[in-house]
Design a protein around this ligand. Structure first.
Ligand SMILES: Cc1cc2nc3c(=O)[nH]c(=O)nc-3n(C[C@H](O)[C@H](O)[C@H](O)COP(=O)(O)OP(=O)(O)OC[C@H]3O[C@@H](n4cnc5c(N)ncnc54)[C@H](O)[C@@H]3O)c2cc1C
Length: 406
């Protein structure tokens, strides 16, 4: 079909076509709304924000990056508890006090701000299918085919999530973890977020996140079979699956940030692998990257340069410098945690508790940018000894770390 349409002239013209109307696509579009650029957003769902697929725990940086209304913040947690496979506990409290957000509300907030802008058009309930480059007066354009129309644009932005089809066309594919969550009324502590580590779900963890009003988001992210593992986890913490108010599911990209820059195209958010491998959290990373993406896009139009090298210089490199390095640290921590045996967890928890490392983590801990904290805790000789012994048993980690540092 695309070939036939390329031969005709049945295009709708936009400067930019964004695929995906979730948080990355909406926020980027919001940042570009003060330009005169004509922007289309293709979103396969009929309603923005739905289906809801998030635990909604986000650091206070959210309020620093962008102004959000009070109603988006449902709760704040003062304590993070980390539970080892045998039930030992590390308690972290500091100034972080992350927000528990109304994630659907956040997606809708940016959408509501821009939906009536005459330069911005949302095509809801419409699926992106493919794209092709065409050369016009030696400047590359992109022709984008959706389930309902053909769009000609100067730039295509892939904000289409973990299984990004835009990325797939560019040979980018994310490694994926699966997540399942239920909302329940429960008798947990409204001030605490609790993370449960266990070999059965070693790729990430189980969580209890207090939404407020005695409602808790209880979930698990790991490899399949996800439902069976979730039911096991719920049993461990005394919750019955049937108690659920509702349930959510989704995918989480796992690994390092992808290549972001291509001729006339850039990737943002989960599509770009801008997700913390320690927690699966992507919101702060993608909002930070969206600001860099928006600057880059404005420059592309100003300089009339849509080349891969220009986008790499103005977007990919700044992303690597700001969030990329931290995402590498998250990935390294994740590789270590994934290889922890139950015994390693016990020894590690003992080292943390007996040498007051909890205080150090509480002081230097940063949910999003952990490098500084890691350097501080490695300075402790007992942590260093533990890590040294761990690396001797798992030399692969050392090779990985050296490759990441390159
Ligand atoms: C269960 C779960 C819990 C999470 N908890 C947290 C948390 O507590 N804190 C945190 O920071 N992060 C969390 N995350 C991660 C966070 O939700 C993501 O990082 C974030 O949603 C990524 O936003 P995005 O816009 O890049 O992609 P997505 O939110 O995945 O949105 C992609 C959009 O693209 C659309 N789309 C996809 N393909 C097409 C197509 N072909 N055509 C048209 N539209 C298309 C989709 O419909 C979707 O709307 C969680 C994720 C899951 C699954």
């Amino acid at each position: 079909m695309l070939y036939n349409l390329l031969m005709g002239s049945n295009f709708e013209y936009f400067d930019i076509c964004i695929i995906g109307g979730s948080i990355a696509g909406n926020y980027l579009c919001y940042l570009l709304a003060n330009t005169n650029l004509k922007i289309s957003i293709i979103e396969e769902h009929q309603q923005i924000g739905l289906p809801f697929q998030c635990a909604g725990i986000v650091s206070q940086k959210l309020a620093k990056i962008t102004q959000i209304p009070k109603e988006i913040i449902l709760n704040r947690v003062k304590i993070a508890k980390i539970i080892s496979p045998s039930g030992k506990l590390i308690k972290l409290s500091g100034d972080e006090h992350p927000f528990i957000i109304d994630r659907v509300g956040l997606d809708k907030y940016f959408y509501d701000k821009i939906k009536d802008n005459p330069n911005i058009v949302y095509f809801l309930g419409e699926k992106f299918k493919t794209f092709k480059y065409i050369n016009k007066s030696s400047k590359k354009h992109i022709v984008i085919e959706t389930s309902k129309r053909v769009i000609k644009a100067k730039m295509l932005i892939g904000c289409d999530g973990p299984l990004s089809l835009v990325g797939k066309h560019l040979d980018i594919q994310n490694e994926i973890l699966y997540a399942m969550q239920i909302r329940v009324k429960g008798k947990f502590d409204e001030n605490e977020a609790v993370l449960y580590f266990n070999q059965k779900w070693k790729e990430l963890f189980g969580w209890i996140v207090p939404e407020g009003n005695k409602v808790y988001r209880v979930g698990l992210a790991t490899s399949p079979p996800i439902k069976r593992k979730l039911i096991y986890f719920l049993k461990e913490i005394g919750v019955k699956f049937e108690q659920k108010i509702d349930q959510q599911g989704g995918m989480i990209p796992f690994g390092l940030m992808n290549k972001l820059a291509f001729n006339n195209i850039l990737l943002l958010g989960d599509a770009a692998g801008q997700v913390k491998a320690t927690t699966g959290g992507g919101i702060i990373m993608l909002l930070t990257a969206a600001k860099l993406a928006s600057n880059c896009i404005k420059l592309c139009f100003k300089e009339n340069d849509f080349s891969k090298s220009f986008i790499k210089k103005k977007y990919e490199k700044p992303c690597q410098f700001s969030i990329g390095k931290e995402l590498k640290t998250h990935y390294l921590i994740r590789l270590i945690l994934e290889r922890f045996s139950d015994k390693d967890f016990e020894t590690f928890f003992k080292v943390i508790k007996t040498h007051h490392i909890e205080n150090l983590i509480s002081i230097y801990g940063d949910m999003d940018f952990p490098t500084k904290m890691l350097i501080e805790i490695i300075k402790n000789p007992m942590v260093l000894k533990f890590l040294f012994q761990f690396v001797i048993k798992n030399p692969f980690i050392l090779f990985k770390a050296l490759r990441l540092l390159k």
